[in-house]
Ligand binder design. Structure first.
Ligand code: FMN
Length: 172
């Protein structure tokens, strides 16, 4: 099963990236860091349809499972990932056929934050958007990081996430 990670963080070598890197060791996932893509806010008139969003979505169609990786920023997903989700509206308007190709796939979240626990409002938008696209939401792996680069914690969560999120369904 092919796994893609969409990473949205303000720190390319930060905690969330390290969690993703650990996860990738087990899942053999391909990581797409949104910082590498030119992607502007949703535009009702689609003047931005020539930016990197649609080519990225065409590449993602080849994967079975998408992991959304984000730090907890003010109880929410990162702004980078929110822009990505807003742009999914392009798949409901100008690229409906491409949007339908995500039906039947699955998705999950990987996240880091300082607090011990994350609020429900952090997960819900991604869970509901996943279900809107007729994809199965498999859950979240969350690392509470008290000190940057706590590789022990990140690696433990990466392993647990791989096992619980995937429920043994991935072969690699
Ligand atoms: C702008 C900003 C907002 C944050 N908000 C929260 C928050 O609401 N809850 C929390 O537990 N941690 C919060 N944190 C801490 C980060 O979630 C935590 O340090 C995370 O591991 C950073 O990941 P990164 O290195 O990928 O940016 C915040 C950090 C920043 C920079």
């Amino acid at each position: 099963m092919k796994v893609a990670v969409i990473l949205g963080t303000s720190r390319g070598d930060g905690n969330t990236r390290k969690l993703v890197d650990e996860f990738s060791v087990f899942s053999d996932a391909k990581v797409f860091d949104l910082a590498d893509y030119d992607m502007s806010f949703y535009d009702y008139e689609h003047h931005n349809k020539g930016d990197d969003f649609l080519p990225l979505m065409r590449e993602l169609v080849a994967f079975d499972h998408i992991v959304y990786a984000t730090p907890l920023y003010w109880y929410s997903m990162s702004a980078q990932l929110k822009v990505f989700f807003d742009r999914i509206s392009d798949l409901l308007t100008i690229e409906k056929d491409l949007g339908r190709e995500f039906k039947g796939k699955s998705a999950s979240m990987l996240a880091t934050g300082h607090n011990e626990n994350y609020p429900d409002c952090f997960v819900k938008p991604i869970e509901l958007a996943t279900e809107y696209l007729k994809m199965e939401f498999k859950g979240i792996g969350y690392a509470s990081v008290q000190a940057d680069n706590d590789l022990m914690t990140l690696s433990k969560v990466a392993i647990q996430s791989f096992e619980t999120i995937t429920r043994g369904e991935f072969s690699y």
